[in-house]
Design a protein around this ligand. Structure first.
Ligand SMILES: C[S@@+](CC[C@H](N)C(=O)[O-])C[C@H]1O[C@@H](n2cnc3c(N)ncnc32)[C@H](O)[C@@H]1O
Length: 259
């Protein structure tokens, strides 16, 4: 944790990206997908939880949430946002400053009913040590929820931005410049599924996250913020169906650890 790459990105991610219709859709769709798998009143560990955009709604819904992140800047953002939660939800949130790769040790070996890791693997050269910790931190019967970039849809962004040479090169690429302007790495559903399966977590379901709002954005169209609820409802439906989910630039994989 010597340096903090997210010190430069914290405002852009926590304030700008989530303020957009696309940010609203991301939280809405992931939240609803998660609720299909979480038991009521569970303990949730959010690894690389950042400013708490995914886990704070769970704390408001009654879940006991631990946000673990190596970035002091992102945890600072999380604490600012935490102050705006209800008093009951505030009591259900704990912060831990640590690398995901040493989550189990930092948490004293505690196991959780659900372990989330959304938008983190793409920033790591090798996803294996972190995936290993996610599976380790899940209790028997617990849920592991991973969202990351889809390596099968790498040509979408450059094509919609009419960068045709980049689009042609992107079909077999594993990295690309993401919405935060930094290079990120992508994985496939199959690869992450086999990583979790090898660690005792069976893949249960996978979804897309956003599709239409994402593509419209790259095409230069601003979606009307007044329609965001309708957009989110459409995206939720697309994210669970083929062929739409296969075309989303990110995927959400949910697994369950053996009892
Ligand atoms: C794009 S943000 C996603 C935040 C949050 N999961 C969300 O969906 O809103 C990526 C987060 O991953 C964190 N991160 C980066 N490297 C990490 C690592 N090795 N272990 C755990 N978290 C990490 C960053 O500090 C940052 O908060």
């Amino acid at each position: 944790m010597a340096d903090d790459p997210f010190a430069q990105l914290a405002d852009k991610f926590a304030d700008e990206a989530y303020a957009s219709v696309k940010g609203y859709v991301r939280t809405y769709v992931l939240h609803h997908q998660l609720l299909e798998h979480l038991p009521p009143s569970a303990t949730v560990l959010d690894v690389g939880g950042g400013a708490g955009h995914q886990s704070f709604p769970l704390a408001e819904a009654g879940y006991e949430v631990t946000v673990l992140d190596p970035s002091a800047a992102m945890l600072g953002k999380a604490r600012q946002r935490w102050e705006k939660l209800s008093a009951e939800a505030q009591r259900r949130v704990t912060f831990v400053h640590a690398d995901g790769e040493r989550a189990s040790e930092a948490l004293g070996g505690r196991r959780f009913d659900a372990v989330l890791c959304h938008g983190v693997l793409g920033y790591l050269d090798d996803p294996v040590p972190l995936v290993d910790q996610l599976c380790r931190c899940a209790a028997p019967g617990g849920v592991v929820s991973i969202m990351t970039a889809n390596a099968k849809t790498m040509a979408v962004q450059p094509a919609l931005e009419q960068r045709w040479a980049d689009a042609l090169a992107a079909f077999d690429a594993r990295t690309g410049i993401g919405v935060l302007g930094v290079r990120g790495r992508a994985d496939t559903v199959e690869e992450i599924s086999s990583l979790i399966q090898a660690r005792g977590v069976d893949p249960v379901q996978w979804y897309g996250v956003w599709l239409f709002v994402d593509w419209l954005g790259f095409g230069g169209v601003d979606v009307d913020p007044g329609s965001r609820e309708q957009v989110a409802a459409v995206e939720l439906e697309a994210a669970r169906r083929d062929p739409y989910r296969q075309l989303s630039r990110v995927f959400h994989l949910v697994g369950r650890k053996a009892r």
